[in-house]
Design a protein around this ligand. Structure first.
Ligand code: ZN
Length: 202
């Protein structure tokens, strides 16, 4: 399986990183080895002094598809979850400065936290509330109504480049409030009012 991530999909987050508003979705990949195994803590990797959390809604693809029309995109996922796209911001900054790819900053082991998946029927897809708590304080709050590109548009867009397969995950971008983690922090993801994941930082 593969993990397809969308960058810069929430206006307020684009502003906080002083990025340009993209003309089309910003897309990058993580390998399956990036998934943090369930119940494992996240270990801060030795190559970074600035690991940031980015809480994101995740779609789980349920069948093979290519060049999917946005109006049929809803047939390609049944479940939604919440996760974190951990980012080595210092490494990413260097990559950006040099115009280099982001993999070392985005695709390292443990960088993809995957919470519990829930049937999409449980949600109003264009109005899903989610948040991230760090040590019991809210650090990020988002709602899918504030996405620049909605789920169906994202599926259509990425399937022009990558054949989607059953089990692939799409991280749909992070809202404002990204920030650094330090040892002993506890991160809790809340999806539509319910705890979806809990991660300890080591
Ligand atoms: Zn992200």
């Amino acid at each position: 399986m593969k993990i397809i991530c969308i960058g810069r999909n929430y206006t307020e987050h684009i502003k906080e990183l002083a990025n340009e508003r993209p003309e089309s979705p910003v897309v990058f990949l993580k390998p399956d080895s990036a998934i943090l195994p369930k119940k494992m803590p996240f270990f801060i990797p030795p190559f970074s002094d600035d690991i940031h959390y980015e809480v994101e809604v995740i779609l789980k693809i349920n069948k093979v598809g290519k060049h999917i029309d946005a109006k049929f995109a809803h047939k390609y996922y049944d479940e939604i979850g919440l996760g974190i796209d951990f980012t080595a911001r210092d490494v990413q900054r260097k990559c950006k400065e040099k115009g280099l790819p982001w993999e070392k900053a985005k695709a390292f082991d443990g960088s993809a936290v995957v919470g519990d998946f829930i049937a999409k029927e449980s949600f109003d897809l264009e109005n899903i509330d989610f948040k991230l708590l760090k040590n019991d304080a809210i650090v990020q709050e988002g709602n899918t109504q504030n996405m620049l590109w909605g789920f169906d548009e994202l599926i259509a867009y990425v399937s022009n480049y990558f054949t989607l397969k059953r089990g692939d995950l799409i991280y749909t971008g992070t809202p404002a409030g990204v920030g650094k983690v330090t040892e002993n922090d506890v991160l809790i993801g809340i999806l539509q009012g319910k705890e979806n994941f809990k991660i300890k930082i080591k």
